[in-house]
Design a protein. Structure first.
Length: 169
């Protein structure tokens, strides 16, 4: 029998001596270091290929090839076009809030992207309903002295959303 396959004759409860443990630790560390030394960590291609070939450049996907000045000008135009969006949206909101714009027309103008038209129509409907929910303003015109009797009025205000109830009595 080889030494690797012979059964262990030492008892499991007996520990190694310090010298044996140190030797075993050195053996394990040296074995690991030997494995690491054999594993390559970098590769350098030294083949004699030219850095630049004879093949003409091919246009890549994305922004087409143009001069730096043309690229700068086109990006400036895109930025200037995007900067007009917030004032336009504010103007639409003011027109809708004042009732001077027809929400259907605004929705049709913005219908190119449906993602803009649907919220515009929803906001217009919400504003129209909010305007209908406001109480009517009543003007009373009196000739002569006016007296309001508040002697028998009991006021109570309670709750998170305050509701004042005036009771006669």
């Amino acid at each position: 029998m080889s030494p690797d396959t012979t059964p262990n004759t030492t008892r499991p409860d007996t520990g190694m001596s310090d010298d044996v443990a140190t030797a075993e630790a050195r053996r394990i560390i040296n074995e690991a270091a030997r494995d690491l030394a054999q594993t390559p960590t970098a590769h350098r291609d030294t083949s004699p290929l030219p850095r630049y070939g004879d093949t003409p450049p091919v246009p890549q996907p994305g922004i087409p090839p143009m001069s730096q000045k043309a690229t700068d000008v086109s990006r400036l135009m895109l930025t200037a076009g995007l900067s007009t969006v917030p004032p336009g949206l504010i103007a639409i909101g003011l027109l809708l809030a004042s009732g001077q714009a027809d929400p259907t027309v605004v929705g049709m103008i913005c219908a190119a992207p449906a993602a803009v038209a649907v919220p515009v129509l929803a906001v217009a409907r919400l504003l129209r309903r909010a305007k209908d929910a406001l109480p009517d303003v009543h003007h009373h015109h009196y000739d002569g002295p006016v007296y309001q009797d508040q002697r028998n009025l009991h006021t109570s205000t309670r709750g998170v959303w305050a509701k004042t109830t005036n009771q006669q009595g």
